[in-house]
Ligand binder design. Structure first.
Ligand code: AMP
Ligand code: MN
Ligand code: MN
Ligand code: MN
Length: 281
């Protein structure tokens, strides 16, 4: 699979800068890459330039934090204009909410005698729980990132603070206004019952959503098949994304992420990619 339409850099919670991400993707055989950092497009210009240099197709994107029925879900915008005033204001709002949540978490950790995590709030990119998790590991409070999330940063943990993000319709609307396609990211990761997932997908489609992420890391063929049918039932296209955050494992090596299941309409069939990306299967 030559497309990878869901990746992160240091501007959100990824490990690589934009230039290094693009180089890594190119080495892995990706031909068309979307950068989709959480709630920021600050890495897009650098990534676009690096992609031009390497002859890679590039799609500017973003992954929006959304609250749906009290649950956090993610909506990816692909082909969005980073200069769009509506989207810019929306992203500023989401980042302000992230900073407020970060401040509340830092305060809660301090009150629990875990130390002073305030320096995290000074970082240039967005403030994510990932940065707080890594800080907890550095301070010896957790063995690794996953343990830090489990013990401190999810429901029941002393550093858990519920986020209140964008509405589903609102997020899709921003993406459409900025000229992009909205993709419901990693639909199986919300651990919804079949009925509630249907409800989410219906709401997403009715709001103007364009695609489900049918192929993403960690799904088996049965799960991808179910998502493909779900997309079809709601008139949605399909997208492919590794949700890459860290070097190793890069799961979108050619053949690393599987092809879209039969019968899916790829989201990229809607796009006319720049000349250097034409003719790529
Ligand atoms: P945030 O958007 O700040 O709430 O942080 C969510 C991000 O943390 C996700 O995008 C993942 O990259 C990462 N994440 C979520 N849960 C875990 C976990 N259990 N272990 C490691 N990383 C996680
Ligand atoms: Mn992330
Ligand atoms: Mn996500
Ligand atoms: Mn992601």
């Amino acid at each position: 699979m030559y497309y990878d339409l869901h990746t992160h850099t240091v501007w959100s919670d990824g490990e690589l800068g934009p230039t290094a991400l693009v180089a890594h993707a190119a080495r892995a055989g990706v031909r068309v890459l979307a950068l989709t950092d959480h709630d920021t497009m600050d890495g897009v210009d650098e990534a676009a330039q690096a992609a031009r240099g390497l002859g890679l197709g590039f799609v500017p994107g973003v992954e929006l934090s959304v609250t749906w029925q009290g649950l956090t879900v993610h909506v990816v915008g692909l082909g969005v204009d980073a200069g769009n005033a509506v989207l810019k204001r929306a992203l500023q709002g989401l980042r302000a909410k992230r900073l407020q949540r970060g401040q509340a978490i830092v305060q809660a950790l301090g009150a629990a005698d875990l130390g002073d995590a305030r320096p995290i709030l000074e970082r240039e990119g967005i403030v994510s729980r990932v940065h707080i998790a890594d800080w907890l590991v550095t301070k010896g409070h957790a063995r690794n990132r996953a343990t830090a999330f489990k013990r401190f940063l999810t429901r029941g943990g002393v550093g858990y603070v519920a986020g209140e993000w964008a509405g589903l319709e609102e997020a899709v609307d921003w993406i459409l206004k900025a000229g992009g396609d909205a993709v419901l990211a990693h639909p199986t990761r919300y651990r919804l019952s079949g009925g509630r997932l249907q409800q989410l997908v219906r709401g997403f489609a009715e709001a103007g959503g364009g695609a489900l992420e049918v192929v993403t890391a960690g799904l088996d063929a049965g799960e991808m098949g179910r998502l493909a049918r779900l997309a079809h039932r709601h008139g949605l296209c399909a997208s492919v994304g590794s949700d890459f955050h860290k070097a190793l494992p890069w799961r979108s090596l050619p053949g690393g992420l599987p092809d879209l299941p039969e019968g899916c309409r790829p989201i990229w069939e809607r796009w006319s990619l720049p000349s250097y990306a034409q003719g790529i299967p």
